[in-house]
Design a protein around this ligand. Sequence first.
Ligand code: ZN
Length: 189
Amino acid sequence: MPAILIHIAFGYIIYRIISHFFPNFQKNIYLFLFLLGSLIPDTKYFVAWITYFIFGNENYYVLSSLFVTHQIFGSLLISLFLSATLFRKIFFRSFLILTIGFLGHFLLDISQYPLAHINHLLLLYPFSGEIFYINLGFFENIALFEILQYVILMIAIIFGILEICKNSLRVFISKIFAICKLKKKFDKK
Ligand SMILES: [Zn+2]
């Protein structure tokens, strides 16, 4: 399981790429859904943390019964549930985005082989015990996956900075236009 931060960063990158090609998706709600989707498989950890804070232990019964959230079928059910309840007004879109988000999560998880926990590679469990993995290998004793994580984080930061620059440039240009308009009005008077 890569750090939650890396999953969020990857979800953000997917959002930026998709919303670039499909401008209809350039909305904060869709950004939120991409980020949420990228965390869905780890639902069991969030529940475990909550039980830890409430009961003072990690409550392994809860944790193991939620094991199913970290498989394609379980994540699909959670996405369906969220889209049909919280996001029912945009049901199809939210279901699609959450699904893309959690598939991105699994893609990252399986490329962590052989460092990943075996439970994170059983994507079709309980229907199949097949292990899915992408072996990125090692370079001079450093797992390439570790480097990939930094690359993902850096790309997400660059995308974020570009977005901020683009927005401030837009504001700056619209201010200049407004000033020019005002000036024209004054000149007419
Ligand atoms: Zn995971």
